[in-house]
Design a protein around this ligand. Structure first.
Ligand SMILES: Nc1ncnc2c1ncn2[C@@H]1O[C@H](COP(=O)(O)OP(=O)(O)OP(=O)(O)O)[C@@H](O)[C@H]1O
Ligand SMILES: [Mg+2]
Length: 285
């Protein structure tokens, strides 16, 4: 499953990515976190790493080299990327969580971030996940990544929604853009909620706009303090709330798989052997 977390700046995207990665790991999944935010660089600390991975942009020869290849059909030569193919300096691993970073804008006047968007899109498209491997992408704030098609291979877009009208209206736009990009599932996760009344108001407003809410994470001083001090975010009580988001995603994926299998079972064309048996007098025991 490939999940992206997007939303308004500061709404809690990186926090939700971190909480989800920890929760998936605790449930026996191999979680790969993809840092696709070209501006902020603190995600590795939130996840408990002592340094950031070398950006994948370096692996493909840097931004300039990628820019020259951007009009070619293949910016990455491999047909498929497996986790085992990524060299260790580009993919850090700690306590069962892996992390890669696409690239950061580090210098003034270094040009637009389009190559990062192209690399994110191509990497995610070609990334082949085995059973029990999960990818969680931390997106840059706003909606530009939709313009670059980063979501084309994402199964579930999660929108972090904090208690503000700006965040709610952006969630609606993201829902529409994700649907337009062919993403089948966009869900809101409320964050920094301080009361049940606030959560219910947010749910109501989002529901009016056609956005379903699958979980709510309360305002937790420990989260703020850990981020402020550059410590790993463990989440405290928010872990249980994240667990509920996970339960939803996993059960939804399971019923989707079962639905697909049933559809295939009904419409599956009969194979040669089945046809032969039908047209002969052989009795199948
Ligand atoms: N549930 C929460 N309770 C308390 N503080 C929170 C919570 N979620 C996030 N924060 C705080 O809000 C700030 C923004 O969170 P975070 O960095 O996760 O947001 P973001 O959407 O990734 O931001 P950006 O758009 O800058 O990447 C941080 O200081 C973080 O500690
Ligand atoms: Mg962030």
């Amino acid at each position: 499953m490939k999940i992206s977390v997007c939303g308004k700046g500061g709404s809690g995207k990186s926090t939700i990515v971190t909480l989800l990665a920890n929760e998936f790991r605790d449930r026996g999944f191999q979680a790969l976190v993809v840092d696709s935010d070209e501006s902020n660089s603190g995600l590795y600390r939130m996840l408990g790493f002592d340094r950031a991975p070398v950006p994948l942009m370096e692996l493909v020869g840097g931004k300039r080299s990628l820019k020259q290849k951007m009009n070619q059909p293949q910016v990455l030569t491999q047909a498929e990327i497996w986790l085992r193919d990524i060299p260790p300096e580009y993919m850090l691993e700690k306590d069962g969580i892996r992390m890669v970073a696409i690239g950061k804008i580090l210098q003034s006047l270094e040009g637009c971030a389009c190559p990062m968007g192209v690399l994110s899109r191509e990497f995610l498209k070609k990334l082949h996940l085995k059973d029990k491997e999960i990818t969680i992408v931390d997106m840059e704030a706003g909606v530009e990544h939709f313009g670059r098609g980063v979501e084309t291979s994402i199964d579930n877009v999660l929108v972090a929604v904090e208690p503000s009208l700006e965040s709610i209206t952006l969630a609606e736009r993201i829902h529409n853009l994700a649907t337009g990009s062919g993403v089948a599932h966009t869900w809101a996760v409320l964050n920094k909620v301080s009361s049940a009344e606030m959560a219910s108001k947010l749910r109501q407003e989002l529901s009016k706009r056609g956005v379903s809410v699958i979980g709510a994470i309360h305002n937790q001083p420990e989260i703020f303090e850990a981020c402020f001090e550059g410590r790993p975010v463990h989440g405290g009580k928010a872990r249980q709330e994240t667990g509920e988001v996970l339960d939803f995603l996993l059960s939804e994926a399971k019923s989707r798989d079962e639905g697909k299998r049933n559809d295939l079972g009904q419409s599956k064309p009969k194979g040669d052997i089945e046809n032969m048996l039908e047209s002969s007098s052989i009795q199948v025991p």
